[in-house]
Structures are given as structure tokens and as C-alpha cells.
Design a protein. Structure first.
Length: 383
């Protein structure tokens, strides 16, 4: 099966002039997705289609493997659809499967592309789209000027952990068969598969402010990639509680908190980590007797309760032990963990962590908070 990638890039950009070749975190925006396509083992050929010779020259600068093709004027207008560009390409070139990649989604990696293509092979899907998993309550405007809920009942507002959320198209890339595309005139057809990407990949570059946000994120991710952290170097593992060791639920009675539910798999993970000669410390914003008893049972000697400034505590723990950033790992799930995460070398989070946390985590667990994510992270570290 021959799989080709197509990156359609128009020359005109009104909100951000020449944005497709503007430098983002040190290299042209186009190069981020183009390099991902070139490095994907499942893609045989890579094409860039544009009406701009400047953009085509930028594409060719990455070498002979890039096929830079000129787009017809009628397909380069503001009203021309992406489907029209895809159909024109499919009629001119022979292949079996097409990967359409959006140049404005620079967080797409070769790993994403290869994983999605393997998923298509396993599911025998005809087409695939990328999505993010969102827990957002949506509203719409009524003709009378007021608003109404779209995807939930405000009178029965669900807790986050009790709601599966929704899959939202992020537009990073699409995969479809050439045959299906030509038959339906649509990139999405037949049996449709989906590939879930982290929430931060939904950032769209429409305004200058979007560019600034994305560039800051790209630089942070690039910095983390440049610092090679060996799992064997990790001596200290710091964990949050609510949303990591628990599902975030709390059981209250008339006298306050009564119960929290912990997972026995995390208990075994804690034991394996400590028996391996490593140290585990809990840092939590809560003051909970349940956590104290759980830590005592797991023989975790150091627990920091009621911490609002986790960054300062993490710094103190590292200084006391003489540890460098690359020797410390942290697992958390919410925005109050972000500053502490910036202090350590390896960051992990549960599968249902907030998108902002997933954006900075090098290891995103497949399990949710309270379902054994600490054990999964420990297994990864000790493997």
C-alpha cells in the first residue's frame, strides 16, 4: 500500500502575513509538519502544494524527498475548499492512501502520524480524523438573545469524573483512501476511525495572540526534549493526591470529609518504587486524615499537607537531598501542579489530566487518576 502525505499551503495570510514561512520557535512554521511527515515511517512520499513560489522554495530547502508542486490559481482563492485541492491531487497522482496534514498544526509529530496509520490498519477503517478529548459544557444562542445548553442538563450538572466528555475535531491531520475520496468527494467517508491527541494540539493559529501562545508552548516543549532525562537517574518521585492517587471524588458527611477512594495498584507501585531504593513523597493541597492513613500504610515517610505553593516545596526537597532536576520526577493532574512541574526533569500526568498539564508532560498515562496511574508511571520508570 502506497501512502502519501499532502500539506496544502496558500501564500495569502491576512491576519499573520506570510505565517506559513514565518519563524516559529526558530524555524518556519511549515517545517514543523513537513519534518514530521518526512520522519514518519508509514509515509512513502511527501508533497507540498502551494500557489507561492516562496513557500515552495521553503519546502524544497528540506531536501530532495520533498515534492513541491504548484497549485492552480482556481484552487488558491479564499473560497477554494481543501477538498477541491485533495481531489485535484488524487486525479493527478497514483497512491492508495492520503494523509492530509495542516501546516498550522505544528505540534503534530511523526509518532502521531505513525500511530494513526497503524490504528487505521488495525481497525480496517476507510478514513480517520484527529480529535481531542474535551470536558466542556457547550451553549448556543437562541433567537430571543438568551442561551441554552447543548450537551448537558444544567439542572443535573454532572461531575467531571462522571461524564465521559466529547471528542472534538482538532484538524491536525486526516487520512483517507484515494478510492473513497474520489467516490465521495469528501475526506471523511466509509468506516471512520479517530485518533486522540493531547488537548493543547487544538490551538489554532488565526490571530497574532495565538502565535505568541503557541510559540511559548513550542519553546517549552523543545527545551524539555533537549534535556535528555534517563529514567535510571530518577531518585525522587513526587506525587499529588486528588486526581492522581484518587479519582478526584470526595465523600463528605456532617462533620466534613469522611472517605477517599485509593487504588491498590498504586499501593503496589509505591512499594516497588521504595523497594528499588528510590524515594516517594506526597505533596498535596489538601489536609486529609485519609491521605495520612494511606501514606502510613504504604510506609511513605514524608507527606506535605495543605501546600498551595508546591514549587517552593519541590525546590526545598531537591535542595535538602542535593538532587538536580534530571533526578526528580513529578506526577500531577491540574494547573496548580504546573509551577512545580517546571522544576523537575521528568513530568507525568493521568490520562484525564487538564489539557495544560498534558501539554508539558513527557509521559501521559493511559490510565486515569485513581485507576492506577502511579503504578503505570512507576512501571515505566523501572522498566
Amino acid at each position: 500500500m502506497k501512502t502519501v502525505a499532502l500539506i496544502p499551503v496558500r501564500g495569502g495570510s491576512k491576519s499573520i502575513p506570510k505565517k506559513n514561512i514565518k519563524l516559529l520557535a526558530g524555524k518556519p512554521l511549515l517545517h514543523w509538519t513537513l519534518e514530521a511527515a518526512l520522519n514518519a515511517s508509514g509515509i512513502d512520499e511527501v508533497y507540498v502544494s502551494s500557489d507561492s513560489e516562496e513557500i515552495l522554495a521553503c519546502a524544497r530547502s528540506l531536501g530532495d524527498r520533498v515534492h513541491a508542486i504548484e497549485r492552480a490559481p482556481e484552487l488558491s482563492t479564499d473560497t477554494a475548499s481543501t477538498e477541491a485541492v485533495m481531489l485535484d491531487f488524487a486525479r493527478r497522482y497514483v497512491f492508495d492512501r492520503l494523509v492530509l496534514i495542516q501546516a498550522t498544526s505544528p505540534l503534530t509529530t511523526a509518532q502521531h502520524l505513525d500511530d494513526a496509520l497503524r490504528h487505521m490498519d488495525v481497525t480496517h477503517a476507510d478514513s480517520l480524523l484527529t480529535v481531542t478529548h474535551e470536558h466542556r459544557f457547550r451553549w448556543r444562542l437562541r433567537p430571543d438573545g438568551f442561551v441554552e445548553a447543548v450537551n448537558y442538563d444544567p439542572e443535573r450538572r454532572p461531575r467531571r469524573q462522571d461524564w465521559s466528555g466529547e471528542l472534538c475535531e482538532n484538524g491536525a491531520f486526516y487520512v483517507c483512501s484515494r478510492e473513497g475520496l474520489l467516490k465521495t468527494n469528501c475526506r471523511i467517508h466509509g468506516k471512520i476511525a479517530h485518533y486522540v491527541m493531547s488537548g493543547h494540539t487544538a490551538v489554532e493559529i488565526d490571530e497574532p495572540s495565538d502565535w505568541e501562545i503557541l510559540e511559548a508552548l513550542m519553546r517549552r516543549l523543545a527545551t524539555r526534549e533537549q534535556v535528555a532525562v534517563s529514567k535510571s537517574d530518577i531518585k525522587l518521585l513526587i506525587t499529588d493526591v486528588d486526581g492522581v492517587l484518587t479519582d478526584g471524588g470526595m465523600y463528605y458527611g456532617a462533620e466534613g470529609e469522611l472517605l477517599k477512594k485509593f487504588n491498590t495498584r498504586d499501593g503496589m507501585g509505591s512499594r516497588l518504587w521504595i523497594e528499588a531504593g528510590r524515594e516517594l513523597i506526597i505533596v498535596t493541597g489538601e489536609n486529609s486524615p485519609s491521605v495520612a492513613r494511606r501514606a502510613e500504610k504504604l510506609r511513605i515517610p514524608e507527606v506535605h499537607f495543605g501546600i498551595s505553593d508546591k514549587k517552593t516545596v519541590v525546590r526545598a526537597l531537591m535542595a535538602k537531598r542535593g538532587l538536580a532536576a534530571h533526578q526528580v520526577a513529578y506526577i500531577g493532574d491540574d494547573v496548580n501542579d504546573l509551577e512545580a512541574m517546571a522544576e523537575v526533569g521528568l513530568v507525568a500526568c493521568p490520562a484525564d489530566a487538564r489539557p495544560a498539564v498534558q501539554a508539558v508532560a513527557q509521559f501521559v498515562c493511559k490510565t486515569k487518576g485513581g485507576d492506577g496511574c502511579l503504578r503505570e508511571f512507576v512501571d515505566y520508570l523501572l522498566a
